[in-house]
Design a protein around this ligand. Structure first.
Ligand code: SAH
Ligand code: DHB
Ligand code: MG
Length: 276
């Protein structure tokens, strides 16, 4: 069933050259407010207003336009990735893949460490999988874990169309179970965790067993519009991130930071960890 295709490649009115490039425009208009004078007690490191000119409010369209603008210089239009999203939307998959710029970021991370083996938890339609899979050398391998057999099927189609089959393999089943069944002997260079957020800590714990020393573990969606840091807010996803952060506080096995992001998906961020 065709749900909506407007999100995929609709470009904002920019310049002619920008129109050639990829960027998704969110369907709903979520208002993002910058509070200019937050009490300094909530700012752990510096005042947000020091010497800066910030707009009072921004909205999701502003950040979508920002992504499109930057992408227009750095990320050429890509019919294969567009087709993967189009196929995912046409089959009713939720539109929650990483953004274009985030996908490229994952790709660059994998290339920067010359990753040969990559593990992903949470495939959806394989959009992030394609970005990561393309970073692999000829003899590289990516395994991606997905619980939903319909998602897995669409992802396999998209990976095949991207020329990444069988280099990228989808394992259908509960992600944690699939991870537990992977042997410790053949380590991964990069692991991307992007499945159900309540299981973040379980995935991270298995990821530590499966990652090589110096390898990278990236966890998606850990900022959640700042809600994770707001004591007034709670839901299963927020608590899943908090559980992971609490465990990382005393975890000597990894060194980690949260890299907050803003763009077409609004305010969010990755945890970026390196295995000691
Ligand atoms: N990485 C994808 C987006 C993944 S969305 C991208 O950026 O393109 C999250 C996915 O995790 C969904 O497809 C969902 O079905 C899957 N998922 C949810 N619970 C899971 C579980 N227990 N095990 C494996 N996958 C799960
Ligand atoms: C959701 C999941 C994601 O992995 C993401 O990047 C955005 C949203 C979600 O479940 O809503
Ligand atoms: Mg995600």
């Amino acid at each position: 069933m065709l749900k909506s295709t407007v999100n995929i490649t609709r470009n904002l009115q920019l310049t002619n050259s920008a129109a050639k490039f990829v960027g998704r425009v969110p369907s709903q208009s979520r208002l993002i407010s910058y509070t200019r004078n937050k009490p300094s007690s909530v700012m752990a490191h510096r005042s947000p207003t020091q010497g800066k000119q910030l707009p009072k409010t921004t909205n999701i369209e502003d950040w979508a336009r920002s992504d499109i603008y930057h992408n227009s210089f750095l990320i050429p239009q890509d019919p294969v990735l567009d087709a993967a999203l189009k196929n995912s939307v046409a089959n009713g998959l939720p539109e929650i893949a990483v953004s274009v710029a985030q996908g490229k970021f994952l790709h660059l991370q994998a290339r920067s460490i010359q990753a040969k083996r990559i593990l992903e938890v949470g495939t959806l339609g394989g959009y992030s999988t394609i970005w990561l899979g393309r970073a692999l050398p000829e003899d590289g391998e990516l395994i991606t874990l997905e619980i939903n057999s319909k998602h897995a099927k669409i992802a396999e189609e998209n990976l095949y169309n991207a020329g990444l089959f069988p280099k990228c393999k989808v394992i259908t089943g509960p992600g944690h179970e699939s991870m537990v069944n992977l042997p410790s002997e053949s380590k991964f260079d990069l692991i991307f965790i992007d499945a159900d957020k309540p299981s973040n800590l379980k995935y991270f714990t298995e990821a530590k067993r499966l990652i090589r020393q110096g390898g990278i573990i990236i966890v998606d969606n850990v900022v959640r519009f700042g809600r994770v840091a707001d004591p007034e807010q709670s839901d299963a996803n927020i608590e899943g991130v908090r559980l992971l952060l609490n465990a990382l506080k005393s975890d000597q096995d990894v060194d980690a930071t949260t890299m907050a992001t803003v763009g077409e998906k609004g305010y969010d961020g990755f945890i970026y960890a390196i295995r000691n």
